[in-house]
Design a protein around this ligand. Structure first.
Ligand SMILES: C[S@@+](CC[C@H](N)C(=O)[O-])C[C@H]1O[C@@H](n2cnc3c(N)ncnc32)[C@H](O)[C@@H]1O
Length: 354
């Protein structure tokens, strides 16, 4: 798209130069008419191309696991890919509408490529029934009002919610052990207030649905949970969840934020100006640039950061090399102490920042 805008700018500059160079009134009039029709043509092409791109975005999002992505996020990725595939871009800008090109191999290819890229960072973790999470939240809302709901019932409902995202589903059986381990690490810090927990969870997915397990295991009621992920719909799901839960647990304070952590400068978002007891960046750093990962480690204000990585491949095979050597090098360079712990399919780095 940027190349296209450069082209438009060039045509406009050319028009301006031509008009300046006109010697007679007649010349001026003729050039004016030519330039006006060139600008009109550019505007029409731009409009048609925009309309085709909007249709392509909806086509890409027809894949259920990608349906919650924001149009704007898909558009940015699509434009990047189109700039790398000039033939496809030319085809799209030269045709009247999507119907005329939808059977083209180039168009099918660009849809496939965009879907594949989003599948790696997003789709593969999503449930094939995205509406299921909202239905379970409705059920939770109703049941939390019932007087005979036990603690065990609440945890069971949350287990169902955790199962709607692959990452949390895989972690369910180890969840209690991981929470206990974090509490042991936290209690090593004697200056910390022990009757409250202040948590930051970056690229959280549906990890906030584990809050009742924290409440149950730690018996701490005062929890502040700040979390982020990159689609508007997921951010709203978590926001809705916090509302539902805070009706039952009035000392719970949840904040859900939409943040694309791959963007340079995202570490300057206001959530990084607060202090936390600990921060979680689980199963996400493989998806972003290492320099950006370093920015987050530096910027997060907490004594403990817990970073995790999957130890199985997308095809569910065990990885031969599970440790991330780039992170070891980085932590050594930053002079930060760390411990590694492994649970079933996940490797955890407990990083001290004191
Ligand atoms: C493997 S899941 C991990 C989810 C959660 N941290 C957990 O471990 O349960 C990866 C998460 O990263 C999020 N993600 C991927 N790229 C992102 C980006 N650029 N900005 C913010 N979140 C991103 C996805 O939406 C997804 O929720």
């Amino acid at each position: 798209m940027q190349a296209y805008f450069r082209y438009v700018k060039f045509i406009l500059q050319l028009c301006k130069a031509k008009m300046k160079a006109c010697e007679s009134r007649r010349d001026l009039k003729e050039n004016f008419i030519n330039c006006r029709s060139a600008t009109k043509k550019i505007k029409q092409t731009n409009k048609k191309m925009q309309s085709i791109i909007q249709t392509l975005i909806q086509e890409i999002k027809k894949k259920k696991t990608l349906s919650k992505l924001d149009d704007k996020i898909v558009e940015t990725k699509l434009n990047t890919l189109l700039n790398q595939n000039p033939k496809t871009k030319k085809l799209i800008s030269s045709e009247e509408n999507y119907e005329k090109i939808k059977k083209s191999k180039l168009v099918k290819e660009i849809i496939k490529q965009t879907r594949n890229d989003f599948n790696i960072i997003y789709g593969q973790f999503q449930s094939k029934e995205p509406k299921h999470t909202n239905k379970l939240l409705e059920q939770l809302k109703k049941e939390l009002n019932s007087t005979n709901l036990t603690e065990q019932n609440i945890l069971e409902l949350h287990n169902n919610l955790l199962k709607t995202h692959l990452s949390t589903k895989e972690r369910i059986k180890d969840q209690e052990k991981i929470i206990k381990e974090i509490i042991v690490e936290l209690n090593k810090n004697k200056t910390r207030e022990t009757d409250s927990l202040n948590i930051l969870d970056l690229a959280c997915g549906f990890n906030p649905f584990s809050i009742p397990f924290w409440l149950n295991i730690t018996k701490i009621k005062k929890i502040s949970y700040t979390c982020s992920d990159f689609t508007k719909q997921d951010q709203e799901i978590i926001e809705n969840y916090f509302k539902i839960l805070s009706n039952k647990y009035n000392e719970l304070k949840g904040e859900s934020i939409q943040l694309d952590i791959s963007k340079p400068d995202s570490e300057n978002h206001k959530i990084f100006s607060k202090k936390y007891d600990f921060a979680l960046i689980w199963k996400t750093l493989d998806l972003i640039d290492h320099k950006q990962a370093e920015n987050f480690i530096n910027k997060i204000d907490s004594d403990l950061i817990i970073i995790s990585f999957s130890t199985v491949t997308v095809k569910n095979r065990r990885m031969n090399v599970k440790k991330r050597s780039w992170l070891h090098k980085l932590l050594r360079r930053l002079n930060l102490k760390y411990e590694i712990k492994e649970y079933s399919n996940e490797l955890f780095y407990f990083i001290e920042k004191k």
